[in-house]
Ligand binder design. Sequence first.
Ligand code: NAD
Length: 469
Amino acid sequence: METYADLLTAIAPASGETRTIFDPATGDSVGEAPVHTVEDLERAVDAATAAQPAWAALSHEARSAALLLAADAVERNAEELARLLSREQGKPLNGPNARFEVGACSAWLRTAAGTELAAETVVDDGETHAEIHYRPIGVIGAIGPWNWPMMITIWQIAPALRMGNAVVVKPSEYTPLSVLALIHVLNQELPVGLLSVVSGGREVGARLAEHPAIGKIMFTGSTATGKAIIKSSAGTVKRLTLELGGNDAGIVLPDADPKAIAEDLFWGAFINTGQTCAALKRLYVHEDIYDAVCEELTKVAAAMPMGVGLDENNVLGPLQNKAQFDIVARLVEAARNSGARVLLGGNPEAGQPGYFYPTTLVADIDNNNPLVTEEQFGPALPIISYSTVDEAVEMANGLDVGLGASVWSSDLDLARSVAARIQAGTVWINKHGAVDPRIPFGGAKQSGYGLEFGVEGLKALGVPQVING
Ligand code: NAD
């Protein structure tokens, strides 16, 4: 186990250009991140290319054993990783935040290690015997966002390593330290060169996406960047898994119990202070229980403490960066100017350090308002009233993204029948955003393509090969 200071020292750049990373809650310096270049990327790709064949030659059991040791290493260093994550990303230690995220890293590693992927026999009729096997792709590029920097990196690299690939990670410029520290810890248990991190800007991501030695890009981030990656990867016909932006709808049916669902609705929307791809971002409530849901949700939301992440009391934190703060502020202002009713929040305190935007609920808002149609990615939830389920489903399906969605009801069969009509990669019932390493996860429409997690997630990191004969 390393101390927090050891961890920072281990990832401190030895030479080259550096950039100071500031705590979004206080404005204090967290540490120095290297500014890696395209030349650094070339070195990482060469090292990965050299290390990959020996790793691929190991059995599934041997690679799984290494991933389990890597999960142990994450657990040994969990508290230090969580503190660094909290300081860099802003998320509190407690609640479904920093400690939870580090715990998810070891859980995903363990599940990737323990998931079986046998060859599948597709025809065996006495004349023909055909099987599908999943072979390693080679070197994978993993490009990630700033909201769940450690967990999403693990989502990308755990199945990649398990399937016999090497990985070069390109973290977000906003949260490089968390990813550098995580990979430093994982590398205590992995062969040299197999897994590395190149902490550069967009140009490094763009080069990774077009690089001829990279077989696949795992990308999580905005839809706009996903489209850029599709273009830059076209020249090498690269395989892609794209987990892109979302604007998830939740539909509360008239038979739901407002008091019983209020806390789960809250966390569905405000997990990681709303900075979550599959958070509930538009809430549609039947007119019969609209006022009751608004009231219960306001009670729950008003009681959730927001503040500096290292304070054990807090469960909500700041926005991670100024650009995201400005998006949330602009969208809430647009809602207020349109005559919508701000039930809670909506007025950030001026002159405070940190990008804190208060927990905000907005009622009586039109479905075409920008706070509804654009992804806010922050702690501001619009609540829209509807009269018929058809109308609610039409509004839920009215955007060009479809990552997750949810239906809230006391009648499971009814909820499932409504869920079947929603255009989204996952529809949760009486919960929102619950991801599980055993259950495939991916987007519909412009929220991306390809599945992560479970056996489907392993298959996505292999090249299917048919042996016929
Ligand atoms: P972003 O698209 O701005 O950046 C993501 C990463 O892409 C960063 O590492 C960035 O440096 C890199 N990048 C930027 N331009 C590039 C290019 N041309 N080529 C290659 N790489 C490039 O996203 P963000 O602001 O960090 O993340 C927030 C967005 O991510 C939100 O829209 C959110 O919904 C989405 N997201 C989706 C999921 C999911 O699982 N679907 C999860 C988390 C976040």
